[in-house]
Design a protein around this ligand. Structure first.
Ligand code: DX5
Ligand code: ZN
Length: 227
């Protein structure tokens, strides 16, 4: 039985009240915080850097901070995020010249390492580095913006990734990011995800606790079907 986790993406939070928003969403039942870093180069948007991650730690956030690096090149910023209190750093294979080296660098800095797959990126990248990753992140939208529509081919990719992870016998999280909502999270869970990023569906809702509770109920239904 997977230990499912919900990871609200701060991209859809009110940045003027970020510390309070993160406190509220954690009190509402979130397991970790998804922190989207965009550079206006690898993706056509610009967000926040290590200073903001450090500020959340100084504010008192103790939950895992799951940093999604949409940054090219990525290596230089890895040490900064590790020092800023990131728990896990995920990289896109297209955003680094040397995927294996970047993953090793993340571990050297004491963080968990994730590899991210865009909608058109094949899972082949995983084959020779599966022993170096702690998390596989399947994008269900093209990276860059919150509030986009879920791309359904991600379900097939989640199924394949789940099979690869299970066959590896390693403790690897399977995370999904983009367009995750109350009304599709059940089939996403059924496809094999165990970590659910959700930005607009949580921060855009009137009651974060209620939304997270409904998401957990939907995930539980998916687990019942396969039990
Ligand atoms: C998109 C980001 C996502 C985004 C998800 O590039 O990686 O984490 O915040 O937002 P929603 O849940 O609104 O699709
Ligand atoms: Zn993300």
């Amino acid at each position: 039985m997977p230990n499912d986790r919900i990871a609200p993406s701060i991209l859809s939070a009110d940045f003027a009240r970020l510390g309070e928003e993160v406190d509220t969403v954690l009190a509402a039942g979130a397991d970790m915080i998804h922190f989207d870093v965009m550079d206006n180069h690898y993706v056509p948007n610009l967000t926040v850097g290590p200073v903001v991650c450090e500020a959340l730690r100084k504010h008192g956030i103790e939950a895992p901070i799951d940093v999604h690096l949409m940054v090219e090149p990525v290596d230089r910023i890895i040490a900064d995020f590790a020092a800023a209190g990131a728990s896990c750093l995920s990289i896109h294979p297209e955003a680094t010249r040397h995927v294996d080296r970047s993953l090793e660098l993340i571990h050297d800095k004491g963080c968990k390492a994730g590899l991210v797959f865009n909608p058109a990126t094949p899972l082949d990248w995983l084959e020779y580095v599966i022993d170096r990753v702690d998390l596989v992140l399947i994008m269900a939208v093209n990276p860059g913006f919150g509030g986009q529509k879920f791309i359904r081919s991600a379900l097939r990719k989640l199924e394949r990734a789940r099979a690869l992870i299970d066959a590896s016998g390693r403790d690897i999280r399977l995370e999904v990011d983009g367009g995750v909502k109350v009304d599709n999270i059940r089939e996403i869970a059924r496809a094999g995800a165990d970590t659910f990023v959700s930005g607009s569906a949580i921060f855009g809702s009137a009651d974060y606790a209620e939304t997270i509770a409904v998401m957990r109920r939907e995930i539980a239904q998916a687990r019942e079907r396969v039990a």
